[in-house]
Each structure stands twice: as structure tokens, then as C-alpha cells.
Ligand binder design. Structure first.
Ligand SMILES: Cc1cc2nc3c(=O)[nH]c(=O)nc-3n(C[C@H](O)[C@H](O)[C@H](O)COP(=O)(O)OP(=O)(O)OC[C@H]3O[C@@H](n4cnc5c(N)ncnc54)[C@H](O)[C@@H]3O)c2cc1C
Length: 484
């Protein structure tokens, strides 16, 4: 009597090996005995077809039944010759359904956004694979370059719910991720230097309250100077948001990545995704260096480079690359700037790090190199950024520039990110276009994307739905099978 092999027994087979190896799982005659042989060659592909030679390689005399499965992320079928061969040998072959692919959630990009999503998905108990071309938070990625401002005031209404949630999460994020994020909730102060600007701020504060940022308040020049000793005398008012703060972007990105890995996420560092794989109107994985990986769901979080991958399945993302500049000063002896300051009519964000160094940014530009792998600095931007900060806070001008750099960030067409699924194209979530303010939102973006993938309601993402700006008329490449 032939023993039967049910799906449950498939599940009990442990598939070992790396994602690039296609293993052959054999159960002779359905007995407990189990062996594993590698196919004769390493196979990099989602759809490996067992050749006649491979059929001969795995068959052994007297075998009545074989179970053949590809590696962790692969899929396997029999060639006609192999099928004939097994038939002649009276050997029944069961093809293992893509064992891991049907359970893999793939994230492209290990920046603060991709890693936060990885952490939240892994925490749900999912099998998460993160593919990162470079290193975690390495130049010129935005999460490496970022100013690390954790700001809620001044948010676009579409980001308000996420911003409120994020600010709450930041308070306990260090404990949650078990890492020092250098987080400090010192507040954020937006300054007015004339009566006209003070009137604008008054309306601004009113709008903040309407968005639910109820602790934001208008302060006069005197109070502003009390909050920031040494502030220039022309300041007449400020909008003070005490809940805002700052943190270290590189440390935070690493902390999310480590926490994701503690929950079982796999990180493949130094491995570029080369294109998305589609089948009919579904994204089914990605072509990566050395092979192809099938996945149940792909999250595209590759920062400003996401457009290249989206284009591989005919999606035109309305994002553009900007090289945003940062400057670090030599450390000042006194550390009096506890909050982050900016000004209504100036391009500036200014904070002081624990060692006393001032960190200047706010939107001054450098230039991305044509291949978008690096940038060049603009001397005029360095000079402008430094002069602006020194005017507002003369203590900055007493220091020297220690270092300057740029990070490449994706600015979306309407300056708010594209987060969520794309109607009509299953299996893909976008988390791109953070437009210079994604760092602060990262904890809430990760949580909400994971929840949306899990099928839970996520009204906080409604205003960021990619469909608002993209014409998702899928090109032919996305509607048919992609060429592997
Ligand atoms: C100078 C600067 C200052 C900023 N200041 C602030 C601030 O004060 N507050 C704030 O909230 N936000 C700020 N931001 C914005 C914030 O830092 C970004 O929105 C956020 O870091 C974006 O993270 P990300 O993970 O989407 O992108 P990134 O950090 O750019 O990560 C994308 C990752 O994808 C990888 N990748 C790309 N292509 C591929 C591929 N084909 N295959 C595999 N991997 C790939 C990259 O190597 C990279 O690691 C600032 C940004 C910059 C540049």
C-alpha cells in the first residue's frame, strides 16, 4: 500500500540552505526517511525547471515517490523530459509549493523607513527579507545624512495623524528598540522676525490646534529668547511646539534594523534589487543581484532610487532627487540650544548636539551626480546656510565648519510621501517620496504600513495614498509576465 503524503507533512520538512540554493527534498516511499540533495547546478530563478539530467541525478532505483521543492524562495516545475523520465520509472513526483515565497514579505531598502517597516512586519510574526544595495544608513542615503529633527508642527494635514502617533512613539522608542537613539524632546521653535511674520505665526498656531497639535503655542520675543539664550534681538515671536525634538538618524536606522532582526527578519546587505517581477497584475518578487526572489508582498522603500525599480514594471513615480545639505560646526563650549529652531522667512533648521556642535540644515541644496550615487557641494549653499544660522544665533558664528555633506532625498510632486498599496496592482506597497521630513514619521509609517498589509483599516494613510498623484495605468510590462 502506498502511503499518502499530505500537506501537513510538507510543512514538517525543514528546508535548509541559502536562498540561492535550490534543494531537492526526497521522501522515499513516503517513509519518515528524508534526504536532501542539491540539484546539479546552482539555480538562480523563481521558476526553475528540472531538466532530464537533474531528474536522473535525484532519482534512485526503486524510488516510488519523490517530493521536489526549490530553495527557500523559489518555485520548481518539471520539464517534459523529466516528467517522462519519472513516468517511465513509475515514480510519482510531488512538487512542493513554493515553500517560503508564499510567506515572504520583501522590503527593498534598509533606510529608516524600510527598516521600520521590517521591524513592524517581523513583529507581526511574518517572514521578512530586507534587500539593501549598500549598507544600513550609508552615504548618500537620506537616513545617513538626515538632520534627525523629530518635528510635528508645520506638518501637512495629510501627515497629521502619523505625526501625532510618531511623537508619542518617540517618547519610549529607545526602550522599545533597546538602543540609544540620542533622542531629546527639547521642542521646536519657529521664529518670526517682523510683526507681519508674527501675524502669520498666529494663524499658523491656530492651524496646528485644528490638526490636533494642541500644545503648540505662540510665544513673544522675550519668551523665545528665554527658550534660546543668545537668540538675535530682532525675534518678535515664535511658535513653540514642546513635544518636538531630535534624534540620531543613523543610530535610529540601525536600531530598527537590529530590532527587526531580533524578530527574525533577514537582511541581505550589499545586494541590489535590479527590478520588480510581475505576473499579470501582481508583483511577485524582485530580481536581485545573483538571482530572483519570489515574495508574497514587496515593499518598495528604496528612497530616491525607488523610481528605477518602479519603472521596471511600468510605474512612473512622481519623485525627483534632491541633494539636501547639512553642516556640522566645531563644538561650542556652552550647550544652550536644547530645541530645534527654524524661521518663517529663512531656509534653516538649527540644533545643537550633546557635544556642543551645531547642526545646520533646512533645505539648502547641493547637486546629485548624474548617476545619483553621490553629490557635489555648492559653496554658495554652505555660505548661505552658515550665514543664516549665525544671524539668528550669533553663537554659531563663533565656531568653524567642521564638516559638510549632502544626502539624496526623494521629493514627491506635492511634497508629501506616497505610502500604501496601489489599486490595480497587488503585492506591492510604496513607501517613498518623504520629501525631507520622513525621519520623524518613521515609527508611525512602519506601524501603519505593516497594519495595512495585514488588512487592518489605516485611515491615517488615506491622504498619502499613491493613487492621488500617479496615473497607475499599468504599462504592458506590468500586465503581462515580466521577462526573467
Ligand atoms: C540632509 C537631510 C536632512 C533631513 N532632515 C530631516 C529631519 O530633520 N527630520 C525628518 O523628519 N526628516 C529629515 N530628512 C528626511 C529623512 O531623513 C528621510 O525622509 C528618510 O531618511 C528617508 O528614509 P528612506 O528609508 O525612505 O530612504 P533612504 O534613507 O535613502 O534609504 C533608501 C535605501 O534604499 C537603498 N536602495 C536604493 N536602491 C536600492 C536597490 N535597487 N536595491 C536595494 N537597496 C536599494 C539605499 O541604498 C538606501 O539605503 C532629511 C533628509 C536629508 C537628506
Amino acid at each position: 500500500m502506498k502511503p499518502s503524503i499530505d500537506q501537513t507533512s510538507f510543512g514538517s520538512i525543514t528546508i535548509e540552505g541559502t536562498i540561492f540554493e535550490h534543494d531537492v527534498i526526497i521522501r522515499l516511499n513516503g517513509l519518515v526517511e528524508k534526504r536532501k540533495k542539491k540539484l546539479s547546478k546552482a539555480v538562480y530563478g523563481t521558476s526553475h525547471i528540472v531538466s532530464l539530467a537533474e531528474a536522473k541525478h535525484v532519482y534512485e532505483k526503486g524510488t516510488e515517490r519523490l517530493i521536489i521543492g526549490a530553495g527557500q524562495y523559489g518555485n520548481v516545475t518539471l520539464s517534459d523530459e523529466a516528467a517522462d523520465y519519472f513516468k517511465r520509472k513509475h515514480c510519482q513526483v510531488d512538487l512542493l509549493p513554493t515553500p517560503m515565497a508564499i510567506r515572504t514579505w520583501m522590503i527593498i531598502g534598509a533606510g529608516v523607513i524600510g527598516s521600520s517597516i521590517a521591524y513592524h512586519l517581523a513583529r507581526q510574526g511574518r517572514q521578512v527579507l530586507v534587500v539593501e544595495r549598500s549598507e544600513i544608513a550609508a552615504s548618500p542615503a537620506a537616513s545617513w545624512a538626515s538632520a534627525g529633527g523629530v518635528r510635528r508642527q508645520g506638518r501637512h494635514p495629510a501627515e497629521a495623524m502619523l505625526a501625532i502617533e510618531a511623537i508619542e512613539r518617540w517618547r519610549t522608542l529607545e526602550q522599545e528598540l533597546e538602543a540609544d537613539l540620542h533622542y531629546r524632546q527639547g521642542g521646536n521653535l519657529l521664529l518670526a522676525e517682523s510683526e507681519g511674520e508674527a501675524d502669520q505665526l498666529s494663524e499658523f498656531v491656530h492651524r496646528q490646534h485644528e490638526l490636533g497639535f494642541i500644545d503648540v503655542r505662540l510665544v513673544d520675543g522675550k519668551e523665545a529668547r528665554a527658550l534660546v539664550p543668545g537668540l538675535n534681538n530682532q525675534i518678535v515671536a515664535g511658535s513653540f511646539s514642546p513635544s518636538d525634538g531630535q534624534a540620531d538618524p543613523v543610530a535610529t536606522t540601525h536600531a530598527f534594523a537590529s530590532a527587526a532582526q531580533r524578530y527574525g527578519a533577514t537582511y541581505r546587505i550589499g545586494t541590489a534589487a535590479l527590478g520588480l517581477l510581475s505576473h499579470r497584475e501582481r508583483i511577485v518578487g524582485a530580481r536581485i543581484e545573483h538571482g530572483e526572489v519570489e515574495a508574497k508582498h514587496v515593499v518598495l522603500a528604496a528612497g530616491t532610487w525607488s523610481d528605477e525599480l518602479a519603472a521596471s514594471v511600468g510605474l512612473q513615480l512622481p519623485i525627483r532627487t534632491r541633494a539636501l545639505q547639512m553642516i556640522l560646526s566645531t563644538p561650542a563650549q556652552r550647550n544652550e540650544l536644547q530645541l530645534v529652531i527654524s524661521a518663517v522667512r529663512r531656509v534653516l533648521s538649527l540644533k545643537q548636539l550633546v557635544n556642543g556642535a551645531f547642526l545646520l540644515g533646512g533645505g539648502w541644496l547641493g547637486d546629485p551626480t548624474p548617476d545619483r550615487r553621490s553629490y557635489t557641494m555648492r559653496p554658495s549653499s554652505i555660505q548661505g546656510n552658515w550665514a543664516t544660522a549665525s544671524e539668528l544665533l550669533p553663537a554659531v558664528g563663533e565656531q568653524r565648519i567642521a564638516r559638510s555633506w549632502c544626502g539624496l532625498e526623494a521629493l514627491s510632486i506635492d511634497d508629501i510621501p506616497l505610502v500604501g498599496v496601489i489599486p490595480g496592482l497587488d503585492g506591492l506597497t510604496l513607501a517613498v517620496g518623504f520629501s525631507g521630513h520622513g525621519f520623524a514619521l518613521a515609527p508611525a509609517v512602519g506601524r501603519s504600513v505593516a497594519d495595512q498589509i495585514d488588512g487592518r483599516p489605516t485611515p491615517e494613510l488615506d491622504g498619502l495614498c499613491p493613487n492621488r498623484v500617479i496615473n497607475f495605468q499599468l504599462s504592458e510590462s506590468a500586465q503581462g509576465d515580466s521577462t526573467h
